[in-house]
Design a protein around this ligand. Sequence first.
Ligand code: ATP
Length: 380
Amino acid sequence: MQSLGSIRRSFAPWTDPQAKPYIVFDNVTKRFGDFTAVDNLSLSIYEREFFALLGASGCGKSTLLRMLAGFEEPTSGRILIDGQDLRGTPPYKRPVNMMFQSYALFPHMTVEKNIAFGLKQEGMPADQIEARVTEMLKLVKLEQFAKRKPHQLSGGQRQRVALARSVAKRPKVLLLDEPLGALDKKLREETQFELMDLQQSLGLTFVVVTHDQEEAMTMADRIAILDKGQVMQVATPAEIYEAPGSRFVANFVGNVNLFEGEVVAREENGARIRGATGAEIRVENAGAAAAGNSVVFAIRPEKIRVSSRRPDESRLNAMEGEVYDIAYLGDMTIYHVKLADGQVVKASALNSSRVTEDPLTWDDRAWISFQPDAGVVLTQ
Ligand code: ATP
């Protein structure tokens, strides 16, 4: 799995045992009354990392961010930045700045005044403020909008003003709570790339909270998947997708097929798994699963081939079923194939040519097949 992390770029301090994390959550718990929002959570984030906290609504991700910013204190545990315990340090004395979901721009102030606001409060001399605001306007490509007020801007432009304002004070860490939540899909996608460029060019550490998995996958160096105040997995987007550590993570990120079964035997480079109907699957990524263990084999739809005839390659796992449903999405087609035991398997095929060589339609007999290394065995 080592090569997976390097798809994005070579930045991977978490693989270096000598590298010191910059932000550390050390056994942090946060309770509101008798409700535990963050449950004994530990997490390390490195300098210049683009780190995403991903989870469903209520999993505790904003609470983590608010504790890092200093708006909440942990009930127990420690939060450290650069080796310093932050307990008792007020928000304005922390090397972090937070960009809120609502942007919270001052409606009566122009774009440049909004950006300058924090710098003025800090007592920065006027000429330096002017230079910094000019630099920030250029950075977010809003030079010609300097004199406008927020209501005279589009949603995407307002988002960029908020971003410029949050980085104007040059915080070492920028915390972003659903930064693109107010933008439509197209603009969101464009802005994701702008955010990544900005983070890299400023050399900042970004911690972003999102419930949008695609957004986290696109932008982050690493993602922490959270559930009920606990970390389920921390890994690069590619690892999370290709090597999820649990059923929960496999299900949470992207589409997945799960085959329940039991390990019949370990083999040199994998295992044989027997499913409910007695059909056997040969797998390569079997982890620590031992013979007799109940396991789940997780495989993504794009790793499964659908064909009208039985595939003849001998190394392939193949099962017969019937086309139950077809969704044509333009760039790809998704087939739902019902197997003999009733399980419906999702398989997606890229429509790389306009004519399909092996047309399949509803109720046709069909074979699904996949390579032994196309999925992973999960024991939890
Ligand atoms: P969302 O995506 O909906 O913002 P989230 O993962 O960011 O969700 P949090 O805002 O961290 O979730 O909240 C986690 C849990 O803690 C929720 O169940 C929430 O109701 C609870 N909670 C948060 N703040 C408080 C508070 N001040 N008092 C009581 N409960 C709170």
